[in-house]
Design a protein around this ligand. Structure first.
Ligand code: MN
Length: 243
């Protein structure tokens, strides 16, 4: 990978995490960006959710959110820290992702799990009244440019997310100035050197069964169609416009 490319990916990841750090509330609030992205200590911490566990109801239920955050995400953080115990290099997530193909699988799986979930939480927001929401700002224009219409984008993203085989994620990324929809297996993400489509993550959807099974059982398509109601487009736009 070229230095330019590496710098781009590093900056991209930092932007995402800077936004995360700026949005968290509660006791576990991250004090600085260093706590997550640039932290080259071998200790990562579970960020607080930027809203209550029941805030995304009726679309995502409180019990799912609580288990997802306090058990699943926490386990990724704990296992990442355990995997980094003997690690001697730079333990910042962006540095790990750039060379993840050469590292222990536990670092890839749990580092990805930590980053992906930290980002995912900030990309959602309450919509109690269930009003129809669509992209706004510059990202809305870019989506129309690249996908013809918001509806086309939504259709393509939904199809790709629905078809992920087994556990994984669906992403909207910016790659060399273009918007693309990609998917990754397990906890891989578009910042890792192992994925074929690298880029800056703008929107992420967790399609692991643990993200929806309690409320939706096997009906992943219903979970996805409801998730469109809680996307925080301001955040997506901020990620897109912050260069
Ligand atoms: Mn998950």
């Amino acid at each position: 990978m070229s230095n330019d490319r590496r710098d781009f990916l590093k900056k991209s990841a930092l932007l995402g995490l800077a936004s995360i750090a700026g949005n968290l509330i509660g006791e576990e609030k991250l004090k600085t960006l260093d706590d997550l992205a640039l932290n080259n200590e071998t200790s990562h911490t579970l960020p607080a959710l930027p809203y209550a566990y029941n805030a995304l109801e009726p679309f995502i239920d409180a019990q799912t959110m609580e288990i997802h955050h306090s058990k699943h995400h926490k386990a990724y953080v704990d296992k990442l820290n355990a995997a980094l115990k003997e690690f001697k290099g730079d333990a910042a997530l962006v540095s790990l992702f750039a060379q993840v193909s050469k590292l222990d699988t536990a670092i890839r799986n749990n580092g990805g799990g930590h980053y992906n979930h930290s980002l995912f939480w900030t990309l959602m927001q309450p919509n109690k009244e269930g009003k129809k929401i669509v992209a706004e700002g510059k990202i809305a224009e870019a989506i129309t440019t690249h996908f013809q219409s918001f509806e086309n984008f939504q259709k393509e993203f939904t199809e790709k997310a629905t078809k992920v085989f087994g556990s994984g994620w669906c992403w909207l990324i910016e790659q060399d100035g273009k918007l693309k929809i990609t998917t990754t297996p397990n906890q891989d993400n578009p910042l890792m050197d192992v994925v074929s489509e690298k880029g800056k993550p703008l929107l992420a959807l967790d399609v692991w069964e643990h993200a929806y099974y309690l409320k939706y059982q096997n009906k992943r398509a219903d979970y996805i169609s409801n998730w469109w109601n809680v996307i925080n487009w301001n955040k997506v736009n901020e990620l897109y416009t912050t260069k």
